[in-house]
Design a protein around this ligand. Structure first.
Ligand SMILES: [Zn+2]
Ligand SMILES: [Zn+2]
Length: 103
């Protein structure tokens, strides 16, 4: 993993990146599988797995509905990591594979 300067700002083309990730997920939440449906509160959002908005590699981005996304952020980082250590969500396993295969 090469060191890169810590950037906290979203890139100017963030909208395009987010749309690409959501389209790749078939406009469904990768955690609960619900379709993108803003009327019922299931607005699809894109989460940065490492919490770094400047890191927009495919393996770092996951499409989650607002509910799952909020649930993820609502937990303390340590609790989240502990939880993931016991039961990793499928999307996280996929991204870890993707990351291992990326140059
Ligand atoms: Zn969801
Ligand atoms: Zn997030």
């Amino acid at each position: 993993m090469p060191m890169r300067p810590r950037r906290t700002l979203y890139p100017p083309d963030w909208e395009a990146i987010a749309t690409r990730i959501k389209a790749a997920a078939d406009w469904r939440c990768e955690q609960c599988g619900h379709v993108h449906e803003p009327e019922t509160g299931y607005t699809l959002t894109v989460h940065h797995i490492d919490g770094e908005p400047g890191n927009n590699a495919d393996w770092n981005l996951v499409a989650l509905c607002q509910r799952c996304h909020l649930g993820l952020h609502g937990r303390k980082r340590m609790i989240r990591q502990l939880m993931f250590a016991f039961a990793k969500p499928a999307w996280l396993k996929r991204r870890e594979r993707q990351r291992a295969n990326s140059p």
